[in-house]
Design a protein around this ligand. Structure first.
Ligand code: DQA
Length: 148
């Protein structure tokens, strides 16, 4: 059976392509989701995507992923730096999770250096623009390959 990945995008990522393009690039979320799907197909993986600006909706998406998804790739956006709730949701469902960021959060303001998510993720990919998402898909494929 195909492994199924849930890709979760946090707040303001619906504005990608229009928002701070010098930091986040010019690709829209729709374009990024299409690139993620194409990358996943290369490895025979299935992908669903979800975006919300609301912390509770993101928590619910993680909760509902239990039993349906094998991996989560999440860009928690600003909630990275604030949300114990997202961290607890990831712990609760116990689905292997990769945290990603388009920008290198360690090159930016101090408040972005702290991630509540990295301590419960398999790992974090930060600073490669759209490639951060695609590298995370590749990481999932490698993890599955190593298990076989
Ligand atoms: C971000 C980095 C966060 O600090 C910021 O709040 C975002 C996007 C990134 O992808 O680089 O909204 O997660």
């Amino acid at each position: 059976m195909k492994a199924h990945i849930l890709v979760i995008h946090g707040p303001n990522l619906n504005l990608l392509g229009q928002r701070e393009t010098s930091v986040y690039g010019t690709a829209s979320l729709k374009e990024i989701n299409a690139l993620i799907k194409t990358e996943a197909e290369k490895y025979g993986l299935e992908v669903s995507t979800f975006q919300s600006n609301y912390e509770g909706a993101l928590v619910e998406a993680i909760q509902e992923a239990k039993g349906k998804y094998d991996f989560i790739i999440i860009n928690p956006a600003a909630y990275t730096h604030t949300s114990v709730a997202l961290r607890d949701a990831i712990l609760a469902v116990d689905i292997p999770t990769i945290e990603i960021h388009l920008s290198n959060i360690y090159k930016r303001e101090n408040f972005r250096h702290k991630s509540y998510i990295s301590g419960v993720a398999i790992g974090q990919i930060s600073g490669f623009g759209v490639q951060s998402y695609l590298l995370a898909v590749k990481a999932v494929a490698e993890i599955i390959k190593q298990k076989r």
